[in-house]
Ligand binder design. Structure first.
Ligand code: KG4
Ligand code: ZN
Length: 330
């Protein structure tokens, strides 16, 4: 069974085809970075309009690349939320219309479940159960995963998400959108000079708080000479604090659950220093660590096609309603 996956929740239009036995067949993506760059962040209306322009051509391209006809497709999965309402509706309306025309089921996928399952597309996917750390622009979640759809929340961010903290910190250092990768690039030139706090690590619990880290960065920046050197050292200190805080909480989650498998996914999991510190922690605790390949850390259609395929195999698809939810707890 071939499943078409459509992702339009934010600033990437992405489409993929996944086959239940053969795996990932084709995937393609159009990034809107150029569109939003001059505004310093995502402009929702521009995002929706660009999805409208790009989605159908990308669907045609993926079908061509995978040498499939519409009649080969057994289901259409789309990101139904969380995300920008207008952007979600483009994917939802297109997916539902095609599903109706092609007489196949449409499957509304939770964007964070897509991220969570992205490492399943790799050669060596984890067995259940495992602990998962999901770090994206809108979410920071620690959960236990016992199987597809069997998730238990262990902890989450009480304020900014990890990616949001990266983006806001990058902005106050004068870096371009998207801030996370720009800050990581700058941090690579930095040296250990400033000591930043590791928020909420000195008390028990698995929740996170990153807004204080952002304020700490701002104060340090304002009290510095604001030279290129200072900026790089501040970016370095911020990234170290982020990576170490995440590693401390993951270590705690593994200890508390007694599990020895950790999966990390979402846009921020592309960060090399975060990967390095988590690898080090897992080595020390003898846990196995699983990541998506870098291009599937950030938003993509492959994870939505995969998640949709699993839902379809479990016989979970929806009626004819167009389903899109800007806020949707997992
Ligand atoms: O998962 P994602 O593509 O979209 C959401 O679901 O939010 O994550 C995007 C987030 C952004 O905040 C972006 O700055 C961050 O992931 N990000 C990074 C890196 N690459 C993407 N943050 C730090 N280091 C990176 N290399
Ligand atoms: Zn995402």
């Amino acid at each position: 069974m071939y499943v078409l996956g459509i992702e339009t929740s934010c600033d990437e239009t992405a489409v993929a085809v996944y086959h239940a036995d053969k795996g990932l067949i084709a995937h393609t993506l159009h990034s809107q970075i150029q569109t939003h760059n001059e505004y310093g962040g995502v402009v929702p209306e521009l995002a929706s309009r660009d999805h409208v322009r790009k989605l159908i051509p990308l669907i045609r391209q993926v079908l061509r690349d995978s040498r499939l006809k519409p009649s080969d497709i057994g289901g259409i999965a789309y990101t139904a939320g969380p995300g920008l309402m207008g952007a979600l509706l483009v994917g939802a309306a297109t997916a539902r219309s095609l599903a109706w025309a092609w007489q196949v089921p449409a499957i509304a996928v939770h964007h964070m479940e897509g991220h969570l399952l992205a490492p399943m597309l790799e050669e060596r996917p984890p067995d259940f159960p495992f602990v998962a750390l999901l770090i994206s622009g809108g979410h920071t979640l620690l959960i236990t995963v016992e199987g597809i759809g069997r998730y238990r929340l262990l902890g989450e961010s009480l304020d900014d998400a990890a990616g949001e903290a990266f983006d806001k910190t990058a902005k106050l250092l004068g870096l371009d959108y998207p801030g996370g990768p720009a800050l990581a690039t700058l941090a690579a030139q930095g040296k250990p000079r400033f000591k930043f706090p590791r928020p909420m690590t000195d008390r028990p619990g698995l929740d996170f708080s990153f807004s204080g880290l952002k304020t700490f960065t701002l104060n340090t920046y304002q009290n510095s000479e604001r030279s290129g050197r200072d900026k790089a050292d501040i970016a370095f200190a911020f990234q170290q604090a982020m990576a170490e805080t995440l590693a401390i909480k993951c270590r705690r989650a593994l200890q508390q659950t007694g599990l020895n498998r950790l999966l990390v996914a979402g846009g921020v999991s592309a960060n090399l220093e975060i990967r390095r510190q988590l690898e080090q922690m897992c080595k020390q605790t003898r846990a196995d660590l699983f990541f998506p390949r870098p291009q599937f850390c950030t938003d993509n259609g492959a994870m939505i096609a995969y998640a949709g395929c699993q839902r379809l195999l479990a016989q979970q698809s929806q009626d004819l309603n167009i389903f899109a939810r800007p806020r949707w707890p997992m």
